[in-house]
Design a protein around this ligand. Structure first.
Ligand SMILES: [Zn+2]
Ligand SMILES: [Zn+2]
Length: 339
């Protein structure tokens, strides 16, 4: 390999850069420019049902993804209902090379895809309840493995559902990312818990007092937060302190699976076809925590944000959001939309 080729292949490795003024981290992942976009393909053919049998996530096309990291059921002799594979276009590398003093460093971590159905389903509501439990159970299992990796500081599972939410493949899937840094959103939540160890209990209590509870399942609560970024934003919050999703009980796994389906069904009744994101906010792994109070007082939670309007100049430029519906009104409408 020539020096030029070496330089080029090194530049294709995902890196993390920090803005020197704001401290904002940016993941530079040049190879993601080549990732497939079946929506563009489908639009060009006037069809959105995997017209060419091309979809890498459909059963029968397993050779188009890297081998499984985990699958449900675990027995490879049985047909799979959900599988987790390494992302072909990752934003991280498992073993980052030591950076020179003036170089951006390689972004260390793992980046997986959770394929949530063997069929070309486009909504989680197309998956039956038992299979959806399997998906969440598989995520917990994989997150436990990720938590055991010494190099990592934090991990999440997140979903982009629909193009307005950033999805480029329509076959239902989510992603697991483990990082060797703690992201700013979690730093901000840790600062709140450091200031007040009762941050999460107060959030739950205020939602109950303010009529912002949408649904409850076991000891998980779905509530509209006091300052939702979009109409019908909902958080699923564990009512007891629990720092990490991988340590949660099987009952809670079933509860979060049922609540996500329930909330998406409500959203579908209010705003049919609505695109949305969700992401898990758990505490950093113990090896990255200097303050024991964080782990003891954290409640993992899933934030579900519908994408009814674009995040535009004001949102990106200021970090503030504008919404058109109050938290209380959103909660009332979501309650009324229960099946
Ligand atoms: Zn598919
Ligand atoms: Zn959060």
């Amino acid at each position: 390999m020539t020096a030029d080729q070496q330089d080029h292949s090194r530049r294709a490795i995902p890196r993390i850069c920090h803005d020197p003024v704001s401290g904002r981290p940016v993941f530079v992942a040049p190879q993601r420019g080549g990732k497939p976009d079946d929506r563009a393909l489908a639009a060009s053919l006037g069809d959105s049902r995997d017209p060419l049998g091309w979809c890498p996530f459909c059963a029968g096309n397993e050779s188009r993804t890297p081998p499984d990291l985990a699958r449900a059921p675990a027995d490879p002799a049985l047909p799979w209902r959900a599988r987790i594979v390494p992302n072909t276009f990752p934003i991280t590398v498992p073993l980052p090379r030591q950076a020179g003093p003036d170089e951006p460093r390689e972004a260390g971590g793992i980046h997986d895809v959770v394929i949530e159905s063997p069929r070309h389903d486009r909504s989680i509501l197309d998956v039956d309840a038992d299979a959806w439990h399997d998906v969440w159970s598989l995520c917990r299992q994989r997150l436990a493995v990720v938590a055991s990796l010494d190099s990592l500081a934090w991990a999440t599972v997140f979903k982009n559902s629909g193009p307005k939410a950033g999805a480029s493949l329509e076959h239902i899937h989510s992603q697991i990312v483990g990082l060797d840094v703690v992201p700013p959103a979690i730093d901000a939540e840790m600062a709140a818990v450091r200031r007040d160890a009762a941050t999460f209990p107060r959030l739950l209590e205020a939602a109950r007092r303010g009529g912002r509870i949408v649904a409850e399942r076991g000891d998980l609560v779905a509530l509209v937060p006091p300052a939702p970024r979009q109409p019908y934003e909902t958080w699923i919050v564990a009512t007891c302190p629990e720092a990490h999703f991988h340590a949660t009980s099987s009952e809670r796994v079933v509860a979060i699976a049922d609540l996500t389906r329930d909330l998406v069904a409500r959203l579908e009744r209010i705003a049919p076809g609505c695109h949305y994101n969700w992401w898990l906010h758990q505490a950093p792994f113990p090896r990255s925590l200097t303050d024991d109070r964080i782990a003891a007082s954290w409640h993992w939670h899933l934030e579900i944000v519908p994408r009814l309007s674009e995040f535009a100049g004001f949102e990106i430029g200021t970090g503030c959001h504008i919404t058109t519906r109050s938290a209380e009104e959103s909660a009332e409408m979501l309650r009324d939309a229960g099946g």
